[in-house]
Design a protein around this ligand. Structure first.
Ligand SMILES: C[S@@+](CC[C@H](N)C(=O)[O-])C[C@H]1O[C@@H](n2cnc3c(N)ncnc32)[C@H](O)[C@@H]1O
Length: 240
């Protein structure tokens, strides 16, 4: 939900009319008061479940204001890295993570999740990404997943949360398709693009994509408390 002090309708419109990075730079100071930030109740459970196996180093892709890093850091023994396109979002993350729980050193990197730095190769036990798959165009999904696989150590895991696609009797079905149609029109008539489309990386369709990129996939249903119980925890392990 939008909380007091969140962006106005005009500010959101301005974001949607901007290019993706610029849009998030504008939204950054108010982002944590929007429904676009992944709720803590989900991130707590995701971090707890992911930590059932040891985590030395973790990478959170499209980390935004550091929401997931806040909950993952206490479980990381060696380091935690957040990567995001937007310097504005990373500035907020830096402040949010100051004095957060855990002792693992924090590194915040401005960069593109589709083009990870060579120094990330084989560097992480865990890669996570939350609330950001809508920014990955369908034609880039394989490249995104292959980059994640490359960043993982042998046996490393890519962990995320998704949901089953809504049916036509669910209001979300129409809202999401309506939003996507509007974004397709916006991107057809205005450049540079704002890449944001709902209903991507959904379960179980994403399983086949992950397998095709070299992962073994498991899913856990019923992990998240109401009102998030429809969400699915997915763990994709790097296959050798
Ligand atoms: C909706 S926010 C989600 C932030 C956070 N992960 C969360 O769950 O609250 C999406 C974030 O993805 C970032 N982003 C979008 N495309 C990206 C890309 N190709 N590489 C890195 N970051 C990207 C945006 O800058 C933004 O901070």
């Amino acid at each position: 939900m939008f909380r007091p002090g969140g962006p106005t309708f005009l500010e959101l419109l301005d974001q949607a009319m901007s290019e993706t990075t610029e849009g998030y730079d504008k939204l950054a100071p108010k982002f944590d008061r929007t429904p676009f930030r992944t709720p803590d109740a989900m991130l707590v459970e995701m971090a707890r479940k992911a930590s059932e196996k040891p985590i030395f180093s973790a990478l959170d892709l499209c980390c935004g204001t550091g929401a997931a890093m806040l909950h993952l850091r206490p479980y990381c023994a060696t380091r935690i890295v957040g990567l995001d396109l937007s310097a504005g979002m990373l500035d907020v993350a830096r402040k949010t993570l100051e004095g957060s729980g855990g002792t693992a050193p924090i590194d915040l990197v401005q960069g593109d999740a589709l083009d990870l730095p060579p120094s990330f190769e084989g560097a992480f036990d865990l890669v996570t990404s939350t609330g950001a798959f809508g920014h990955i165009e369908v034609r880039d999904e394989h490249r995104f997943l292959v980059g994640i696989r490359r960043a993982l150590k042998e046996g490393g895991r890519f962990v995320f949360v998704t949901a089953k696609p809504p049916g036509p009797f669910d209001a979300w079905f129409w809202l999401a398709h309506g939003f996507n149609a509007a974004m397709h029109v916006r991107n057809a008539v205005r450049s540079p693009k704002f890449v944001m489309y709902y209903l991507t990386f959904m379960w179980p369709g994403v399983k086949r994509r992950l397998e095709g990129a070299g992962f073994t996939v498991t899913a856990r249903h019923g992990l998240f408390p109401a009102p998030y119980s429809r969400y699915v925890y997915v763990e994709a392990t790097r296959r050798e």
